[in-house]
Design a protein around this ligand. Sequence first.
Ligand SMILES: [Zn+2]
Length: 357
Amino acid sequence: MRTRALTIRPLALMLGLSLGSMASAVAAADAAADLAVRWADAVSGAQLASNWAELEQITLAHGGDRSAGSAGYDASARYVEARLRAMGVTVRREPFTYNGRASFNLIAEIAGRAGADAPVVMVGSHLDSVPGSPGADDNGSGSSAVLEIARVAMLDRAASTLHLVWWGAEESGLNGSIHHATQLAMDAERRQRLRVYLNADMVGSPNYIFGIYDPDHASSSDRPAQERLIRQALRDGLGHTGSPSVSISPYLGSDHLPFAACGIATGGLASIPGIRNKTTEEQALFGGEAGKRHSPNYHRPADRVDAGSATAQLTLTRALAYALGHLAEQPPEATPATRCNLRKARQQWQQARAVLH
Ligand SMILES: [Zn+2]
């Protein structure tokens, strides 16, 4: 820490800032890095594996999938709620309707040290699967990761308030996250409090990569500057686990899109870059098999935990916990409120789906 303070000192003098205020900025950055490391290191591989397996057993015992409106979805939601309540985490259902059907999201809250007006940092994963698939990689992997992050976050509170979310009806068109982002956008005070949305959709792919959502890597780059801080935190998180990472297009068609469409800073991690075969470059970095799909059982009955990668899930959960801890301790500034362009979010989701099938 001393070396950092020494390099900052001439800069402080140059900018005419007091050494006291620079020292407190250094202290805040150190506190954020410390919490990030503590959360990442507290993630338990055994607990994560148990969450993932239990979610699958519950799904298989209730019709075999977690599609919106199914018995499997309801039983899975009750499991997540029971686990959260046992940890002492407050959770509520957020009902919504779409195409004449009803479903719900689960929204858990862990209050920050900074009190009722604290900034909010959110992490989410869709809990539903497509009909006919138990959805281990898509998305039992992300759902069990967020559950483990809740446990870790309760051990060691951040300055910001955390919202941990399990979205409903993602597979039929981002319906749960669109509902939430739309409600949020209509409430100026809540909208300004939400600083970051991080997404976890498919983090246990068998033939994995470690991918960070990066709009600069894709065609569109009209994104808030805060997203660079998010990508840096995710890169640092993967670096902390000793793992390489690559940039992937964020337009994979998941629940960050409605938040991005409302101008909120978003980011995420995935073990799959999209539906295509693994490249030789990816094989050189991450192992596995070039020329094969990253998640060969995607949307199929064979998308089971036994076929997935616990290594990928643990690495990406640690990296996500690291980034979330960092951003929750030192949240970026709020982005300006803009009108939500949900049409764009829906189009991006449909384009991603068109590639997938
Ligand atoms: Zn998914």
